[in-house]
Design a protein around this ligand. Structure first.
Ligand code: SF4
Ligand code: SF4
Length: 336
């Protein structure tokens, strides 16, 4: 049977078709000399030689800041009107298989005790087109968290590059199949040989079961390992902002004494004000305690509560950390 192919010269046609039908096309592209996910309108803007984009595409479904309600304060009290969200179809092209998995983790959080339609409606309008990895860098560790470039969970369409720069197309979900039908003129049939995928070597000194068992034993709270390994963290929060599964936000009211906006803003458990109480007490007074919380979230809370991945091994947090704090070193320590 013939393969479905997206030829490199048809990528521009696909982008134009998406834009013409009212959608936005997001792809890895250069911004300030870094490869990031951003809207593109031409194939020439798309970067194909990259490991992972610097930012996660989570910001498409969970923006850094957004207005969720408007309020006025008058003689008769406060009038609060919630905003609605009607997202346009959004295509993310060039996601990697590891981070496609993170969508189910985010959905678990945003539909847990409350259905957050600001998230769910955006995710419903999102089509994830994954390009499987043919190379990796020294901080990719998807296989260590039981994923791989062959993982298709979370992808609507899964692409494999060919030697000539085209893509072999596999529709994974109904959403993906509907997308291909809608933009059929950009796809063709043929046969092609896929480039070999690059499967990163599993880090043999990491054992997720041992990490989980250790984190369930509360005696680890006062383990000196936390201070020793995470002391250098400066609490900048960069790791949380680029992480595809980090999801913390806060709600602030901004405006005057008479009217304003209620905003949902990204927050980060690494910030020293994250759990600061109005009394001045902070249950996570020290940075190592905040770091411990992030690690617990990834390897205890997410898997225990939602049976989903808290860490997909994309390595972004290691790449951006200004003090080179490597989460895999902490994983190794807790695998002993
Ligand atoms: S914790 Fe780091 S490696 Fe794991 S998913 Fe988040 S950014 Fe990627
Ligand atoms: S990026 Fe590094 S320094 Fe910044 S909060 Fe994360 S671990 Fe700490």
């Amino acid at each position: 049977m013939a393969d479905r192919i997206l030829k490199k010269e048809d990528l521009g046609r696909l982008i134009a078709s998406v834009n013409a039908k009212g959608g936005q096309f997001i792809a890895p592209a250069l911004d300030a000399r870094q490869v990031v996910f951003k809207p593109v309108t031409k194939a020439e803007e798309v970067v194909t030689d990259y490991i992972v984009a610097r930012n996660s595409y989570k910001e498409l479904v969970f923006p850094q800041t957004e207005v969720v309600a408007d309020f006025t304060i008058g003689k008769h009290g406060v009038d609060l009107k919630g905003r609605d969200v009607a997202p346009q179809e959004t295509i993310v092209f060039g996601a990697r298989p590891c981070e496609a998995v993170s969508l189910s983790s985010l959905r678990a959080i945003f539909t847990w005790d409350y259905i957050d339609e600001f998230y769910t409606k955006r995710e419903d309008a999102l089509v994830v087109i994954t390009v499987a990895c043919t190379k990796a860098d020294d901080v990719c560790f998807c296989t260590t968290v039981e994923l791989s470039p062959e993982t298709k969970t979370g992808s609507d369409i899964y692409l494999k590059e060919t030697e000539s720069g085209d893509y072999i197309v596999e529709a994974v979900t109904d959403k993906g199949r509907a997308f291909i039908e809608k933009h059929a003129s950009a796809f063709s049939e043929g046969s092609a040989k896929a480039k070999a995928l690059f499967i990163p070597e599993k880090i043999g000194t990491i054992d997720l079961k041992k990490i989980s068992a250790r984190l369930k034993d509360k005696s680890h709270y006062d383990d000196q390992v936390w201070g020793r390994l995470t002391r250098k963290c400066i609490g900048c929060g960069a790791c949380t902002f680029v992480c595809p599964t980090c999801h913390c936000f806060d709600i602030t009211d901004e405006g005057t004494a008479f009217a304003g906006e209620r905003r949902k803003n990204w927050d980060a458990c690494q910030f020293d004000t994250f759990t600061l109480h109005a009394s001045g007490h902070n249950p996570r007074h020290y940075q190592y305690q905040r770091w411990r919380n992030r690690f617990m979230c990834k390897f205890n809370y997410y898997p225990e509560k939602f049976a989903s991945k808290g860490c997909v091994g994309c390595g972004r947090c290691i790449r951006v950390c200004p003090v080179r704090l490597d989460i895999t070193e902490v994983m190794e320590e807790f695998s002993k």
